[in-house]
Structure formats: structure tokens, C-alpha cells
Design a protein around this ligand. Structure first.
Ligand SMILES: [Zn+2]
Length: 677
């Protein structure tokens, strides 16, 4: 346990984790909400004429205490949770959304914001202030603040109906996922599966008091079966069951929900003066318009399609050769791809892991940050933490000035959710001339060391560490005035650039030499292994690109046109898939009815972002490749124009300042091996 020393948290004003008890949270939230409300009241009650300073700026700095408590609490709920914390989360979440609704629906506040917005051309604001003013104004207008009472009422109705439909959509997908299970009693039916997957299937059966093995549509069960199971009929059964989710005409069918959700989204966009839902969403993204996204996806499609078709033909030939398969079906793809991959690369995690001892990888990523951005990471034990596994660092510049506090929490525990993420305990901002530095954290779930072996990472874990550390650098190097524009507070299709670009260093000899040495012998990673890693990373990149494009186009097809004439979900979907189809269609299957990203989550008109971010990172990294991956000038440009700038300007403007031109898809296509180098 951390020994409490009350002076710790005053050093950098870090969170006093070890002194926080669960029953402190709720009263703290209530108090902070009260204070934040009082701060808003102070703005609305100000008798002076609204100005940028007394309204927009004050609004952005309001609620600081509430933000800090929220970030600590919700990070605990992800990284070190328990039943009590989860219960508090359920109590607190409605309070927080009520508070934020109170702000967006506050008409007096909006009047003041609008008064400033209306005279913005006369104000002589700098570009960051302009962005902040736009953002604050849109926070109201995009929620209907400019509408007549009648239209406002309709907007509230739409929002209420939409959120219920989205909830229902998700419940249906979940119910359909849980409703199916494939019960196997003959061990031969599991032939091909790795031992781990077999064991899991057996345990699942046991947990339901059944003999034999159970396979379900949950990914940890579904994916290994589709990838390894030799029995083609069973793979077919499983794939068809997965593809038919919420498309069977039963009580959990989502076809009607899809149509209703898209129609309501369209109506909402029209009410607010936008042509379609995609126009509404993309206004706040780097891509800006549906036309740009369509053009982007189609250009990528044109270039990736020949490679995808060739890969598909080769895979089909391989399957025919191996098992006499005549026409490759959906349920064959992963299975034969895995077999082919094994044949071509014979690369497995166990070969690589000895070269990636966690401590070495951390040192490596720090050294890279030091060489690129002149940062120094020093482990310190004078900062309070929430668990003994958490490492704490002081990040300084070359002159020894504090740049950031950095937390790293790498190992799984019962109270931690899966995955890896970057988090901010305190944002960076400049107030009263003082640059207040951020507190940034990375949370991951890597293999824990044992008594006999240190933590050895798979290559996938190595790239994950680099990815999250790239997000961390975006936070650590932040240098803006306003907290809501700082660090990773950027548009969705821009936020993955710093994280994805850093992953590129994992594939470069010059970078690997810094840290990828055998944990026992100290011998550097052999070149042929690096080459294999690179080659296998682009395996079937054409087909994968085509798949991502197809989902991006499907998303856009639902949201960039008036959907009122669409009556059949399946017919509409087939039309959207026309140019990206590789496998024969299965009549009883539908993607849209289980496309939770878009119909339940927040990815509507945003699915393209995955590929968009890859284009950005490949194009940005190519600049480093041209000049050298440790080139100081390129690194300085990346830091000055991207990493330190948060969302203070349009991302395309920032990007062009760094790169000297707009991003081009060619770098991605070259890296993916889809066009000649
Ligand atoms: Zn990310």
C-alpha cells in the first residue's frame, strides 16, 4: 500500500488518491456542481455588456473543480472499480447530464454568448479565441438554442425518441448475441482450435451445467472458432447466426429501429438547418463535408480494390489447393487467411516476446520522446497513487522545467476494465499568465511479471504501448490557453494522429535497436525478425482496407442522403455494398441491424475516421522517413504545429503547417504495400 504523506499532493497539485474514500465522491460531486452552477450564475447575472473575457473565457474556465473530480472518479471507475464505485457512477451520471443540459438550455447564458458571437468580426480575437468562441456558440446552436419554441419542442421529442431507439437497438443486439449458442459434444468438432480456446469453450459449458463445449457469438468465443475450426459446416452455422443478428423478424429485430433512427437524425439535422445528418456531424470534423468523405473513401477504394481482388483470388486458390473449396464463402475467410499467414510467415508471439521486456520498451519509448521532443522522464515516488502497480514520473524539458506529471498503470487487476487508454487527470491551460501543466496517464493490461519471468510483451502489446504513449504526448506537450481546446480535445478524425504515428517507430530498425534486446542475453533483435514483422503487418491489407471502406460507405449511405424513401434495410445495404463486395451475399444476413458503432454508439457519419486517421499517420510518418525518423526539424514541426496545439485551429490548417501540404492517401497505400514504393 501507498504510505500516505499529506504533503505529496501539494507538490504538483496531483490527485490525493490514497486519501479519497468512496463515500467522499457523492458529496464532492454535489458540492462541485453547486460551485459550477454559481459560476454560471455569476456570468448570467453580470450587469456589464457581454464581452469575450467576461462571458466566453469565464465560461471555459468554469467548473474546474467538477472536471477534476469527474476525471478522477471516472478514471477510477475504469482502472480500479468496485460495486460501490459503480453504484456511485449510476447515481452521478444523471446529475452530470442534468447539469450539462442546464447549461446548453440556459437562455440567458446563450443570449450573452450570442451577443459576443454576433460581433466577433469587430473583436480582434486571435485564432485560438476565435475557435473557442465558435465552439461555445455551436455548443448551444447545435442543440437548438436558435430555434423557435415550437421547433425546440420537436427537437427535444426527437432527442428523447432517438436515445430510446438507440438503447433498444443495443439491447436487441445484446439479446440476439446471448440467444445463440452452439453446443458441441463431439471433440472432433473442435479440431483445429488452440488449447486455450477449447478450454474456454469447455468452461463455458460447465458454467451452464452442460456436457462438452459451448461456442457463442461473443468475440472471445466466436473469433477463434472462425479462425481455427476445421469443420466448415459448423463455421458456416456460426457465421450465419452472427450475420443474422437482429434480422430475423422476431421481437429483437432492428430493421424498423434502423429506419426510424436514420429518419429522426435526418429530421433533426433539417430542423437545425443542415442538409443531412452527415452534414451536421461533419461540420465539426477535419473532413468537414460528406462530399470530402465520399471522395476520400472512393479514392481509397479505387486504389485498394485491385489489391483486394488479387488477395481474394490468391486466398481462393489456396483454399482450393488445400481443401478443394470451389467458391470462398464468408465463413472461410478468416480460416484460410490464418493458414496462409502461418505458411508465409511462421511468426509467432513466443519468438518475439523475449525481445520486448516491459521495462526495456518503456525505456525505449521514453528515449524516443527524449530524442524527438527533448523531454526527460524521471521516475519519482513523491506522488500519491491509487494502486501500488502505478508508476509515476516527472516529465521535464532540457532546462529542467516541469512539462507534465505522467502516470503509468500497466497490469491487469480485477477492478480494471479491458483494453488500453490514455487519460487526463488535469488538463493544461494558461491562466493569469501562468502555464498550468497537465497530469496524464496511460492505463493498459499487459502480461504481469512472475517470480521467474519479467513482463514480456507481445508485439501487439508493444504497438499498443506506443499508441497510448502517443496520445499521452499529445497531452504532455499541450500548450494552449483554454482548457477545452487543450491536448487531445480535438476533432474525432484527428485525435488518432499522434497515437498512430508513434506506432510506426516500432517497425524501424533504428528505433528497435534502442530497446528491443533479448531479456536474458542482451542480444539485439535479429533483422530477419524485423522484416517478418513488417511483412506480416501488411498481410491482406487490401482486403482489410476494402472491408473498412465498405463499412464507411454503408455508414455514409445511411446518413448523407434523405432516408425517407428507404423501405428495405437489406436492399439499401446491398446497394451500398455493391462496389466493395468480395464474398457472395447471404440472404438472411444483414450488417446494418447489428452495426452498433453507428446506430447505438457515436460513430454515425464517423466510421471513415479509422481510415482517415491512417492516411494522416502514414503521410506524417513519411515526412519523418524522408528526413530521418529522429530528425529534429521534422519533430519540432510536429511538436509546434500538432502536439502542442490541441484544437486551437482547424486541424487541416495545423496539419498543413506541419507537412507543408494536405495529406495524400499514397503514403498509406505504399506502407500497406498496395502500390509500388
Ligand atoms: Zn487511440
Amino acid at each position: 500500500m501507498t504510505i500516505l504523506n499529506t504533503s505529496f499532493d501539494t507538490l504538483y497539485q496531483t490527485a490525493p488518491f490514497s486519501r479519497i474514500e468512496n463515500d467522499h465522491y457523492l458529496p464532492a460531486f454535489l458540492q462541485a456542481i453547486k460551485e459550477a452552477k454559481a459560476e454560471i450564475d455569476e456570468i448570467t447575472n453580470n450587469p456589464e455588456t457581454p464581452t469575450f473575457e467576461n462571458t466566453i473565457e469565464v465560461l471555459d474556465f468554469s467548473g474546474e473543480q467538477l472536471d477534476r473530480i469527474s476525471s478522477i472518479f471516472f478514471n477510477m471507475n475504469s482502472a480500479e472499480t468496485n460495486d460501490t464505485i459503480q453504484k456511485i457512477a449510476q447515481e452521478v451520471s444523471p446529475l452530470l447530464s442534468e447539469f450539462s443540459n442546464d447549461i446548453t438550455l440556459n437562455e440567458t447564458l446563450f443570449k450573452r454568448v450570442k451577443a459576443v458571437y454576433d460581433i466577433k468580426d469587430t473583436l480582434d480575437l486571435n485564432s485560438e479565441q476565435n475557435t473557442l468562441l465558435d465552439k461555445k456558440y455551436k455548443g448551444f446552436s447545435r442543440n437548438g438554442a436558435n430555434l423557435s419554441e415550437y421547433k425546440k419542442t420537436r427537437l427535444r421529442e426527437i432527442d428523447k425518441a432517438s436515445s430510446q431507439l438507440k438503447l433498444k437497438f443495443g439491447e436487441n443486439v445484446l439479446a440476439e448475441t446471448n440467444a445463440f449458442e452452439m453446443h458441441l459434444t463431439n471433440e472432433e468438432d473442435l479440431a483445429g482450435l488452440p488449447e486455450g480456446a477449447k478450454e474456454a469453450a469447455q468452461q463455458l459449458a460447465e458454467s451452464k451445467q452442460k456436457e462438452g463445449w459451448l461456442i457463442t457469438l461473443d468475440y472471445p468465443s466466436y473469433i477463434p472458432f472462425m479462425t481455427y475450426a476445421n469443420n466448415r459446416e459448423l463455421r458456416k452455422k456460426l457465421a450465419i447466426a452472427a450475420g443474422a443478428k437482429a434480422f430475423k423478424g422476431n421481437e429483437h429485430d432492428n430493421q424498423d429501429n434502423v429506419l426510424q433512427i436514420t429518419k429522426l437524425r435526418h429530421e433533426r439535422a433539417n430542423l437545425l438547418g443542415y442538409k443531412t445528418h452527415a452534414h451536421f456531424v461533419l461540420e465539426e470534423r477535419m473532413a468537414k463535408t460528406p462530399e470530402t468523405v465520399q471522395h476520400f473513401l472512393n479514392e481509397l477504394l479505387e486504389k485498394a480494390k485491385p489489391a483486394a481482388e488479387k488477395e481474394f483470388k490468391d486466398l481462393e486458390a489456396f483454399a482450393k489447393d488445400l481443401d478443394g473449396i470451389d467458391a470462398l464463402q464468408k465463413w472461410d475467410g478468416s480460416y484460410y487467411a490464418e493458414k496462409l499467414k502461418q505458411k508465409l510467415f511462421s511468426l509467432d508471439d513466443e519468438q518475439l516476446k523475449p525481445y520486448f521486456k516491459l521495462e526495456n520498451v518503456i525505456d525505449g519509448v521514453f528515449t524516443i520522446a527524449e530524442r524527438l521532443y527533448d523531454l526527460k522522464f524521471e521516475e519519482i515516488d513523491t506522488i500519491d497513487k491509487y494502486h501500488e502497480d502505478v508508476l509515476t514520473y516527472k516529465v521535464t524539458d532540457l532546462k529542467g522545467n516541469l512539462v507534465s506529471v505522467f502516470y503509468a498503470d500497466f497490469f491487469p487487476r480485477p477492478g480494471k476494465r479491458n483494453g488500453a487508454w490514455m487519460t487526463v487527470y488535469k488538463p493544461q491551460y494558461i491562466k493569469n499568465g501562468k502555464n498550468s501543466r497537465p497530469h496524464i496517464s496511460n492505463v493498459c493490461n499487459f502480461t504481469k511479471p512472475t517470480k521467474s519471468k519479467p513482463s514480456l510483451l507481445t508485439f501487439n502489446e508493444v504497438t499498443t504501448l506506443f499508441h497510448e504513449f502517443g496520445h499521452a504526448l499529445h497531452g504532455i506537450l499541450a500548450n494552449t490557453t483554454y482548457p477545452s481546446l487543450s491536448g487531445t480535445s480535438v476533432s474525432w478524425d484527428f485525435v488518432e494522429l499522434p497515437s498512430q504515428v508513434l506506432e510506426n517507430w516500432c517497425y524501424e530498425k533504428e528505433a528497435l535497436e534502442l530497446f528491443a534486446t533479448h531479456y536474458e542475453t542482451g542480444e539485439p533483435i535479429p533483422m530477419d525478425l524485423i522484416e517478418k514483422i513488417k511483412a506480416s503487418a501488411t498481410f491482406h491489407e487490401g482486403m482489410q482496407t476494402l472491408r473498412q471502406i465498405s463499412l464507411g460507405l454503408l455508414d455514409m449511405s445511411w446518413h448523407s442522403e434523405n432516408p425517407s424513401a428507404i423501405t428495405s434495410v437489406k436492399t439499401h445495404e446491398n446497394k451500398a455494398f455493391e462496389n466493395t463486395k468480395l464474398y457472395p451475399d447471404v440472404a438472411g444476413n444483414c450488417m446494418s441491424t447489428a452495426f452498433s458503432h453507428v446506430f447505438q454508439g457515436g460513430y454515425s457519419s464517423g466510421y471513415y475516421s479509422y481510415k482517415w486517421a491512417e492516411v494522416l499517420d502514414a503521410d506524417a510518418f513519411e515526412y519523418f522517413l524522408e528526413k530521418g525518423i529522429f530528425n529534429k526539424d521534422v519533430a519540432k514541426k510536429f511538436k509546434d504545429h500538432i502536439l502542442s496545439q490541441g484544437g486551437i485551429e482547424d486541424p487541416m490548417t495545423l496539419y498543413k503547417r506541419f507537412r507543408g501540404k494536405e495529406p495524400q492517401p499514397e503514403a498509406l497505400l505504399r506502407r500497406a504495400g498496395l502500390i509500388e514504393k
